[in-house]
Design a protein around this ligand. Structure first.
Ligand SMILES: Cc1ncc(COP(=O)(O)O)c(C=O)c1O
Length: 280
């Protein structure tokens, strides 16, 4: 089950060709996207996702995405969905065709959640740390690297996941060259110690996560302490819980890191999952 809608407010056949071969999103990965979780027809964190789409567009000097057009397209997808209770809603926006008039290409696409993600939500996952080659201060010093923008250029992120697979793990925790934790290829890292949640700062050059923000909002309301500060890799091994969170994977437990078992965080996981769901 897939539903595709265009920014002009029309539905399109997701199995039929749509993009031109010279679309810069295809040719150079020159574009941006968002993936929104939809549960029972209701998109979660839609405003933060649309805000982040606008921020990514600004970082790439793309024309500002027309919010009303995206809202119309995604509503069309929601209205025509007859799949399961959950949907991954992709919003895609590229620089348009090479040598064209600069009109961006954009669409909204509803997809089922992948089986692997669903399994990992329940069972947790094993991860490895991989160097992302980012040093502190790089994001501000070199804005052309687009660190923290959600661009379509995810080839590096996908290569890291294949490397994890080669090493017998399922996921990746990217690190800076000096051993500080960044994020997963498609997720934000959160640690738990006592009643404190910690996540690394976006200023390190990582994507500010909408799921992490929702979780922190709920946790703070329930009296938890939430902290945004650098986390050293060694701290992951002593944490009471390590989690990778994202819109589609929700709150997923990391049970093994670099081949070493982490603390059993099943009970904390249940608590965090409840906190997160309490937002909706
Ligand atoms: C690199 C990266 N970091 C973090 C996230 C988590 O963001 P969100 O919680 O908004 O889905 C994603 C989402 O796909 C991502 O690609």
């Amino acid at each position: 089950m897939r539903v595709l809608a265009l920014l002009d407010g029309t539905l399109a056949d997701p199995d039929a060709p749509l993009l031109r071969v010279d679309d810069l999103g295809l040719m150079r990965g020159d574009g941006i996207f968002e993936t929104v979780l939809v549960v029972n027809g209701k998109p979660r964190e839609l405003d933060p996702h649309l805000d982040r789409l606008a921020r990514s567009a600004e970082m790439l000097d793309l024309p500002e995405p027309d919010r009303a057009s995206f809202e119309r397209a995604l509503t069309l997808v929601l209205d025509n969905w007859s799949g399961g209770t959950e949907m991954a809603l992709k919003l895609v926006y590229t620089r348009g065709v090479e040598g064209g008039d600069g009109t961006p290409t954009g669409f909204a696409l509803g997809l089922p959640i992948g089986a692997k993600v669903l399994t990992q939500r329940e069972a947790g996952l094993s991860a490895i740390t991989l160097d992302r080659g980012i040093e502190p201060g790089l994001a501000e010093r070199a804005p052309w690297l687009l660190l923290g923008a959600k661009t379509l250029s995810y080839a590096v992120n996908m290569a890291a996941l294949r490397e994890a697979e080669r090493r017998g793990a399922e996921e990746v925790v990217f690190t800076t060259s000096d051993g500080s934790v960044l994020e997963g290829p498609t997720s934000t890292l959160v640690t738990v110690n006592g009643r404190t949640l910690t996540t690394p700062p976006a200023t390190l050059g990582i994507l500010p996560g909408t799921t992490q923000a929702a979780l922190f909002r709920a946790a703070e309301r329930e009296g938890w302490t939430v902290v945004v500060e650098p986390i050293a890799v060694v701290d992951l091994h002593s944490a009471a819980g390590v989690f990778l969170v994202s819109s589609v994977r929700k709150i997923t437990r990391v049970h093994t890191l670099d081949g070493k078992p982490l603390a059993d965080s099943s009970a904390i996981h249940a608590e965090l999952a409840d906190l997160y769901e309490s937002e909706y």
